[in-house]
Design a binder for this molecule. Structure first.
Ligand code: ADE
Ligand code: ZN
Length: 334
């Protein structure tokens, strides 16, 4: 089953590039940029990855991102993730990046986006991995700061397919970004947002109604509202679920309690994703394996989850059908 899950063609729709910063790479970047980390060794750093909630994680995640300084750092970070994708047969990716995490430290927007998009371009040329980059706003910062970030992105709209919203959900409801999302959508950008990760089902409702998103990131707490579940199914609204993230951040105490397969069986358009793999113990294959081990996911369910990742991606119609065909050929050959 593990080799089946690894070889199965799949797409990743919820992945923070800053969350792919493996401790080894963090030390390498720190050294080449003359930064001293508050940890002596890679093992010490890994030991610190024991989170009680989302905020515990975010504090370390923002601290870790400080080693990213140059265009080459952003290229190398993205390329290391691409190599993981290649090894796990992830054939399409829609990664997130958080420009404000960098521009607030005086790293220019251009430096960040150039390094990332150069690696994504090389991924397509070298490995045929297609992609669409999504720029996230940090919801703990103000509406004005998000609008400024959107303005900074204007010269690079050819490199971005959409916007997202991440960071601390508690205390920063979707309504705060209603005007930012309206402006971005009027510029032709697609929209996604984290909702219903730690926050209540009402955040998912408001994210749909106020931000008018094309997908919901996480959304697992929608299960607390039966009417919302019916609406999500009826509207075929995709939820990009992140199993290992949810157990590491204690949204669920144990994988055996995760609701992703229940939602799948109820007809919801759920997908499997790794969120911040360097911090949560695994990339896409490891997330699928965790569902098999913790919830007894069948091969049929795995294939359905992979099919959803293609169907609800932002890839072109032609690319979607090409990817779905690859998946059909794969599952027919097993
Ligand atoms: N930023 C990176 N990972 C995140 C998550 N799981 N939730 C909110 N913001 C994030
Ligand atoms: Zn996320």
């Amino acid at each position: 089953m593990e080799s089946f899950l690894n070889a199965m063609p799949k797409a990743e729709l919820h992945l923070h590039l800053e969350g792919t910063l493996e401790p080894e790479l963090m030390f390498q970047f720190a050294q080449r940029n003359g930064i001293t980390l508050p940890y002596e060794t890679v093992d010490q750093l890994r030991e610190a990855y024991d989170f009680g909630n989302l905020q515990d994680f975010l504090d370390l995640y923002y601290q870790g991102a400080e080693v990213l300084q140059t265009e080459q750092d952003f290229y190398d970070l993205t390329w290391a993730y691409i190599e993981r994708c290649k090894a796990q047969n992830v054939i399409h990716i829609e990664p997130f990046f958080d420009p404000q995490t960098h521009t607030d430290r005086s790293v220019p927007f251009a430096t960040v986006i150039s390094g990332i998009s150069r690696a994504l371009h090389d991924a397509e040329i070298k490995y045929g991995i297609s992609s669409g980059l999504i720029m996230c706003f940090l919801r703990h910062l103000s509406e004005l700061e998000a609008l400024n970030t959107l303005h900074q992105a204007e010269p690079y709209l050819d490199k971005i397919i959409g916007i997202g919203l991440d960071s601390s959900e508690q205390g920063h409801p979707p309504a705060k970004f209603e005007r930012v999302f309206a402006k971005a959508r009027s510029m032709g950008l697609l929209a996604v947002a984290h909702a219903g990760e730690e926050g209540p089902a009402q955040n998912v409702i408001d994210t749909l109604d106020l931000l008018k998103v094309d997908r919901i990131d996480h959304g697992v707490r929608a299960a607390e509202d039966a009417a919302l579940m019916q609406r999500l199914a009826k509207e075929k609204m995709a939820l990009t679920v992140c199993p290992l993230s949810n157990t590491r951040l204690r949204v669920f105490n144990d994988m055996s309690q995760h609701n992703i397969l229940q939602m799948l069986e109820q007809g919801l358009k759920v997908t499997v994703n790794s969120d911040d793999p360097a911090y949560f113990g695994g990339y896409l294959t490891e997330n699928f394996i965790a569902l098999e081990q913790g919830l007894g996911m069948t091969r049929e369910q795995a294939v359905q989850l992979a099919a959803n990742s293609f169907e609800y991606s932002f890839a072109s119609r032609e690319r979607k059908s090409e990817m779905k065909k690859l998946l059909q050929q794969f599952s027919a050959g097993q």
